[in-house]
Design a protein around this ligand. Structure first.
Ligand code: UDP
Ligand code: MG
Length: 155
């Protein structure tokens, strides 16, 4: 089944949203396959956001992302890449719908180090593969398991 990479950003951790966010993914019917509480280093974040390197906000984005711990996760399920992005909402928290994680819990995208939109989710299969490989190297193997809830959620 499809897998995606989800990262609770520094503001999400500092604002005690870890449990709430994990709960939303669990309740939707996605399955946790990898979980790591860590403080990211600059090279990892620069690789993670390599497609944003030319953006005017890139340096501030990197400073924000290494300012405080994050929670890195792999989630699995049918359509989990697009479905995870739906749970998250769009990039600008004020513009996205209430009911989404960003829509419910944040205001500004990030003009200062402490501001952010709480969570990251891969936006394509290619990005998901790259990000899972970046954050969970081979030796930290993703746990292979099957939830007993699966037959109650998936046809
Ligand atoms: N970002 C920002 N200012 C902007 C746009 C994006 O600080 O004007 C940050 C924000 O944290 C966003 C991240 O850069 O989540 C990556 O941007 P992307 O366009 O990939 O948005 P996402 O995929 O996170 O919705
Ligand atoms: Mg993105």
């Amino acid at each position: 089944m499809e897998q995606t990479f989800i990262l609770i950003k520094p503001d999400g951790v500092q604002r005690a949203l870890v449990g709430e966010i994990i709960s939303r993914f669990e309740k939707k019917g996605f399955f946790l396959r990898g979980l790591k509480f860590t403080k990211a280093d600059r090279p990892t974040i620069e690789k993670h956001y390599k497609n944003s390197i030319a953006k005017p906000y890139f340096d501030m984005l990197v400073d924000y992302m290494i300012s405080s711990p994050v929670v890195a996760m792999v989630w699995e399920g049918k359509g989990v890449i697009a479905g995870g992005r739906k749970l998250i909402g769009s990039t600008d928290p004020l513009a996205t719908m209430p009911g989404t994680i960003r829509g419910d819990f944040s205001i500004d995208i990030g003009r200062k180090i402490q501001h952010g939109n709480v969570i990251h989710g891969s936006d394509s299969l290619e990005e998901a593969k790259d990000e899972i490989a970046l954050w969970f190297p081979e030796e930290e193997r993703i746990v292979n398991w099957h939830s007993s809830l699966q037959p109650w959620i998936y046809e």
